[in-house]
Structure formats: structure tokens, C-alpha cells
Ligand binder design. Structure first.
Ligand SMILES: Nc1ncnc2c1ncn2[C@@H]1O[C@H](COP(=O)(O)OP(=O)(O)OP(=O)(O)O)[C@@H](O)[C@H]1O
Ligand SMILES: [Mg+2]
Length: 254
């Protein structure tokens, strides 16, 4: 990517948290670009500052130094055009699936339009027939699907994903990764994912940025142009994972 079509531009970002007995330096000059419609994953060791970086980019945290711009505009706080998907589904237990998905839609929207949007996203995430179910009647994977549908229903410009499959069992994780890759291809949304899971990053992302331990910099960025659907057991993804583990300082071979 040449940078001219970059939608999210992070330059020289520094972040230190005040703490006793000494301040915790977390981000130490982060540079990163995410292009329009691109899916970028950030991987890094536990505690290196992945969530902090995403919180800064999403406008939940202020940076100490450096700049973060989206579409050329400095980020001053969270925006409804950019939606955050958390590790634990944050759907409302007192609303059913359809109501959860419709939650972010403008109050002034006509009921028929709301229904059409709900129907479209219920379909997209594979929850047809569950519109009236309540979260306590759903599995973890289904709740995560509701979370995605709700995020997508407002037609955001960008999705920020922080370990979005962390709370799921291994099998559901695998299935949800497939689903997210499919949904993302269907919607073409710009996505920025942080994860400690290299396999997940390689299966989903167009580019993978590797963070160093804290205080973190971006150590290396890997291109991943392999076609979808990607076979996690395929030779190409395996080879990419080995290179990423090496950049992380690990000698893991898978
Ligand atoms: N609000 C805060 N106040 C003080 N320290 C913080 C705050 N938020 C994060 N930290 C510290 O910043 C460091 C990075 O935390 P962060 O959650 O960004 O890491 P992470 O890479 O997302 O970790 P994990 O892989 O466990 O999710 C940690 O040492 C953490 O203790
Ligand atoms: Mg984190």
C-alpha cells in the first residue's frame, strides 16, 4: 500500500500510564496505516499494549505524543462511524436478538426500514429464526454473531476488533473465524483486529503487524494476499506463521 489511500494513519504514537512506583511505558513510537477496505491484524505478546493501541485509535484513550488520523481528521474521541467489537459480547440481556441488532439505528428510522435492516443482518450472520430469542437462550458463538450483526447494522466505516473470539471454545472460534472472513468479504468493511493468535491473524488479515514487547513498537509488517477461503493447514499459511512467530521472537514452527 502506498499510503495515499490510507484511511487510518498512526504516526509516532507514545503512551505511558502513570503508576506507582513508576510509570508504565506502553507504546513507544507506533507507526501504522490501514487502507480503505483493508483488514489489518496486530499481533503481539501478552501485555505488550495491543488493547491500549486499539483504544487510542478508537478514541477511548489519549496519546501522549504522535498523531492518529482517520480520513485525514485527528481522532478526538469515539465515533459512531467506527464500531468496537469486544472480547465478551456486550449485547443487552433484556433485548431479544432483533432488538439488539436494531439498537444502534436512529430512533427516527421508519419501522419497516428497521425491520429490513434487522432481517438483512440476521441473515448475514446466520441467525435466521432466532430474531425473538433472548441472549440467555443463545450459545457463546451465537451471542458473538449478534454482536457482529449489531455492529454492522449501523453500516460503520471501520470495525475495531479486540480479541473478538477470546471467550469462545476452540471449535466455535474456528467456525467464527470462517464466518467473519465471509461476512467481511460480503461487506468490504475496513477492519483492525488485535489478537495474540497468529493463526487467527493469518486466516483473516490482508496485512499483519507484529508488535514488540512493552514498550512496544511495530517490529515488522507482513503482507498476506492469499485467496479466501484460507486453509489454516495449507503450506502457504504455515510458512507465513513461521515467519511471524520468528518476528515475535518465538521458534514455534506451526
Ligand atoms: N488504564 C491503565 N492504567 C495503567 N496501566 C494500564 C492501563 N491499561 C493498560 N495498562 C498497562 O499497559 C500494559 C499493556 O496493556 P494492554 O491491555 O494494552 O496489553 P495487551 O497487549 O492488550 O495485553 P493482552 O494480550 O493481555 O490483552 C499493561 O502492562 C497494563 O498493565
Ligand atoms: Mg488486550
Amino acid at each position: 500500500m502506498n499510503g495515499t489511500d490510507a484511511r487510518i494513519v498512526v504516526r509516532g504514537v507514545q503512551k505511558t500510564f502513570p503508576a506507582q512506583p513508576r510509570a508504565i511505558a506502553v507504546l513507544d513510537g507506533i507507526d501504522l496505516e490501514v487502507g480503505n477496505g483493508e483488514f489489518v491484524a496486530i499481533v503481539g505478546p501478552s501485555g505488550c499494549g495491543k488493547t491500549t493501541l486499539l483504544n487510542c485509535i478508537a478514541g477511548f484513550e489519549r496519546v501522549d505524543d504522535g498523531t492518529i488520523e482517520v480520513d485525514g481528521v485527528p481522532v478526538a474521541g469515539p465515533s459512531p462511524r467506527r464500531v468496537f467489537v469486544f472480547q465478551d459480547p456486550a449485547i443487552f440481556p433484556w433485548l431479544n436478538v432483533g432488538e439488539n441488532i436494531a439498537f444502534g439505528l436512529p430512533r427516527t428510522m421508519a419501522a419497516t426500514d428497521r425491520r429490513a435492516i434487522v432481517e438483512r443482518y440476521v441473515d448475514l450472520v446466520g441467525l435466521k429464526g432466532f430474531e425473538d430469542a433472548y441472549p440467555n437462550q443463545l450459545s457463546g458463538g451465537m451471542k458473538q454473531r449478534v454482536e457482529y450483526a449489531r455492529a454492522l447494522a449501523v453500516d460503520p466505516d471501520v470495525l475495531y476488533l479486540d480479541e473478538p473470539f477470546g471467550a469462545l471454545d476452540a471449535l466455535t472460534r474456528h467456525e467464527m473465524r470462517r464466518e467473519i472472513a465471509r461476512i467481511r468479504r460480503a461487506t468490504g468493511k475496513t477492519c483492525l483486529l488485535v489478537t495474540h493468535d497468529v493463526e487467527e491473524a493469518c486466516e483473516l488479515a490482508d496485512r499483519i503487524a507484529v508488535m514488540s514487547p512493552r514498550p512496544a513498537k511495530i517490529r515488522e509488517v507482513f503482507d498476506n494476499a492469499l485467496p479466501h477461503p484460507r486453509d489454516p493447514d495449507g503450506e502457504d499459511l504455515r510458512a507465513l506463521r513461521v515467519r511471524i512467530f520468528a518476528a515475535l521472537g518465538s521458534d514455534r514452527r506451526v
